[in-house]
Design a protein around this ligand. Structure first.
Ligand code: ASP
Length: 577
C-alpha cells in the first residue's frame, strides 16, 4: 500500500514535498468548496485539505482513507496538535474501507460507560490516550530488556501450567484431561522457578511474566497481570537495590523524561507505619502521624485507657470545612478498621471545640497545642486502640485530606524503598500466622533467635518500591539454608506431609549448592498507570477484565460444551444463573 510516512513524521521541513498518508477519518468539515479531514494514524493527526478539483468518494468518520498530496503551511495553524502548522493539499483520496457509526466516540474525552468501552475495546483502543498508555507500557518493556541485558541478565520463560505458588492469593486452577481429578495452577508469580534458576546457575534472570491471582478486584488489581520479574545471585541487599534503582530511573527517563534522584530513600517498615500509617506511604505531603499516648497517660476517657496505641494527625486550616457530616464519615471509616470511633477536636477563636473536648483536661489541651504547634482553624484527629488498626486508619484519613485539599502536586513523583518488613503477619481475629511476603523471604540474621519464641518479632530482608503511594514492586533476599527454610514452613503450620507435597522438589533442590540470592518483581501495569497518569489499571491493559472479573467483549468466562467437561470428568453442581 502506498504510504510514505506516518502522519506526525511530517513538519514544516517537508513543505513542498509530495507524500502519501493513510489512516482513519477522525473528523471532517465541509466548507463549501473545501473539505478538511483530520486523519488519524497511530502517530497522531494531520489535516488533509481537498478542493473541488479532487474527485471525492463518500467519506464518514472512521472510514479508512489514503491521501496523496503536497505538504503546505497552514494559514491558520492549530498549535494543539503536533502537525498543526502544516496540512496536506490532497491530489487524490481513496477509501480503503468503510465503517459503521461507532458506538463510542473515538477521542480522549469519553463519557462512555466502562463496560461499553470494554465491549468495544478495539474502538476504545483507537483513542489516542489509550495508544499513549500502550506506548508507555512498551517503552517500559524495551528499557527493561535493554538495561537488564546490559547488566548480564537473561530472559527465561517459566511454565504457565504449574503447581500452586505461595503468594498468598487464591489460585486459578486448570483441570487436567490426562489425569482426572488433578489440577494445574496458574502461577501467582514465577517465584519458585526463578529461585530454581538461581540453583540452575543463571545468576541473573528476568522475565516479563504473566501472573494470575483469583482475588477480589479493585481499581489497581486484575486477575491476570504482568510483572517484570527478576532474580539475582551473589548480591547483597544494597547491591541489589542499587541495581534496581538503575532500572527504575532509566524507565522514568525513557518514558516521561523525568530524572529520578538516586539513591532512593530507604524507610524502615516500622517508621512507615508509625509516621504515615501505611507500608506504601505517599510522602508527597506533610501530614504525619504522631504518637500521643504519653499526653493521655492520666486520661479519664475510657476509650483511651488500656489501649495499645493512641495516635493523632493534625490537619492545618480545615476546621471550618470539617462539618458534622465529615466527622460522621470519619467515624464510619474508623468502623471499617474495626475501631469504635475517632475523636476530632478543632481550634477555633483560640479555643478547642468539638464534642470530645469535654473529655480533655486542661493539661492535655495544652499539651496538644505544644505538640502540634496548633493555630486557629487547625484540627486534630485522634485514634486509639490496636496499633495495627489505629495506624492504617489515620493513614487513610491523611490521604483523604491530602486529596480533598489538593495537597498533592500533579506530575510529581515520590519514589522510596520500604525495607525491614516483618517476616510474618498475625491475624488480629484468629491469631493465625502467615508470611508477609512469601515463605522464601530471608529472616534478618539477628532475629533468627525469635523464630521459636515470638515469630512476629522477626524482621526480614524484604523491600517494596513505593511510588506515589502505590506499591510498584517488591521482593527480598531469599533463604538459601535448607534448615531455615524448613523452620519457616513449620512456623507457618505446614506439616511434613504438606511441605513434601507442596514444596518437596524445591526443598530438595536446596541440597545441591544454592547460591545466596535476591530478587523482586515490579508490577508492569502499576508502573504504566503511574507513568501514564491514570489511576485505573484497566486503562493500561489492552484487554482487561471488568470488576466482576469478566470480559464484556469476548464474554469470558463462559460455559463450555458438555463434551469438554466429560473429557475432564467434571460435573457442574452449582451453575451461575
Ligand atoms: N514473587 C514476588 C511477588 O510476586 C516478588 C518477589 O519476591 O520477587 O510479589
Amino acid at each position: 500500500m502506498e504510504r510514505t510516512c506516518f502522519n506526525t513524521d511530517l513538519n514544516e521541513k517537508n513543505v513542498g514535498q509530495e507524500v502519501s498518508v493513510i489512516g482513519w477519518v477522525s473528523k471532517k468539515r465541509n466548507l463549501g468548496s473545501l473539505l478538511f479531514i483530520d486523519l488519524r494514524d497511530r502517530s497522531g493527526i494531520i489535516q488533509i485539505t481537498a478542493d473541488e478539483s479532487v474527485s471525492l468518494p463518500e467519506i464518514r468518520n472512521e472510514y479508512i482513507i489514503s491521501a496523496k498530496g503536497k505538504v503546505a503551511l497552514r494559514s491558520n495553524p492549530n498549535l494543539n496538535i503536533k502537525t498543526g502548522k502544516i496540512e496536506i493539499i490532497a491530489k487524490e483520496i481513496k477509501v480503503i474501507n468503510t465503517a459503521k457509526l461507532t458506538p463510542i466516540i473515538i477521542a480522549d474525552e469519553t463519557d462512555a460507560l466502562e463496560d461499553t468501552r470494554l465491549k468495544y475495546r478495539y474502538l476504545d483502543l483507537r483513542r489516542p490516550v489509550m495508544q499513549k498508555y500502550m506506548d508507555i507500557r512498551h517503552q517500559i518493556k524495551m528499557t527493561t530488556h535493554s538495561y537488564l541485558s546490559e547488566n548480564r541478565f537473561i530472559e527465561v520463560e517459566t511454565p504457565i501450567l504449574t503447581l500452586s505458588t505461595p503468594e498468598g492469593a487464591r489460585d486459578y486452577l486448570v483441570p487436567s484431561r490426562v489425569h482426572h481429578g488433578k489440577f494445574y495452577a496458574l502461577p501467582q508469580s514465577p517465584q519458585i522457578f526463578k529461585q530454581l534458576l538461581m540453583i540452575g546457575g543463571f545468576e541473573r534472570y528476568y522475565q516479563i511474566a504473566r501472573c494470575f491471582r483469583d482475588e477480589d478486584l479493585r481499581a489497581d488489581r486484575q486477575p491476570d497481570f504482568t510483572q517484570i520479574d527478576i532474580e539475582t545471585s551473589f548480591l547483597d541487599q544494597d547491591q541489589f537495590l542499587t541495581m534496581m534503582e538503575g532500572l527504575i530511573s532509566k524507565i522514568f527517563k525513557n518514558t516521561i523524561n523525568y530524572d529520578v534522584k538516586l539513591p532512593l530513600r530507604r524507610l524502615p517498615y516500622k517508621e512507615a507505619m508509625d509516621t504515615y500509617g501505611s507500608d506504601k506511604p505517599d510522602t508527597r505531603f506533610d501530614i504525619k502521624l504522631t504518637d500521643v499516648k504519653e499526653i493521655f497517660k492520666n486520661t479519664t476517657f475510657g476509650g483511651f485507657q488500656n489501649v495499645e496505641a493512641i495516635k493523632a494527625i493534625k490537619v492545618d486550616n480545615v476546621a471550618d470545612k470539617t462539618s458534622r457530616k465529615v466527622i460522621d464519615e470519619l467515624t464510619l471509616e474508623a468502623k471499617k478498621f474495626s475501631l469504635g470511633g475517632i475523636s476530632v477536636i478543632k481550634r477555633e477563636a483560640d479555643q478547642w471545640t468539638g464534642s470530645f473536648v469535654k473529655f480533655l483536661s486542661e493539661e492535655e489541651q495544652k499539651a496538644l497545642i505544644d505538640k502540634f504547634d496548633i493555630k486557629n482553624n487547625d484540627i486534630v484527629i485522634i485514634a486509639a486502640g490496636n496499633y495495627n488498626r489505629v495506624c492504617p486508619l489515620l493513614g487513610a484519613i491523611r490521604l483523604r485530606y491530602a486529596r480533598e485539599l489538593g495537597l498533592i502536586k500533579p506530575n510529581t513523583f515520590d519514589l522510596l524503598w520500604v525495607v525491614d518488613f516483618p517476616l510474618f503477619e498475625k491475624d488480629i481475629e484468629n491469631g493465625k500466622i502467615t508470611s508477609s511476603h512469601h515463605p522464601f523471604t530471608r529472616p534478618k540474621d539477628e532475629d533468627l533467635k525469635y523464630l521459636d519464641s515470638d515469630p512476629t518479632k522477626v524482621l526480614s530482608y524484604a523491600y517494596d518500591i513505593v511510588i506515589n503511594g502505590y506499591e510498584a514492586g517488591g521482593g527480598s533476599l531469599r533463604i538459601y539454608d535448607q534448615d531455615v527454610q524448613k523452620k519457616i514452613f513449620q512456623v507457618l503450620g505446614l506439616s511434613d506431609e504438606d511441605i513434601k507435597r507442596k514444596f518437596g522438589f524445591f526443598v530438595d533442590a536446596f541440597q545441591y549448592g544454592t547460591p545466596p540470592h535476591a530478587g523482586m518483581a515490579f508490577g508492569l501495569d502499576r508502573l504504566t498507570m503511574i507513568l501514564g497518569g491514570t489511576d485505573n489499571i484497566r486503562d493500561v491493559i489492552a484487554f482487561p477484565k471488568n470488576l466482576a472479573a469478566s470480559c464484556p467483549m469476548s464474554g469470558a468466562p463462559n460455559v463450555v460444551d458438555q463434551d469438554q467437561l466429560d473429557d475432564l470428568a467434571i460435573s457442574i453442581t452449582d451453575m451461575e444463573k
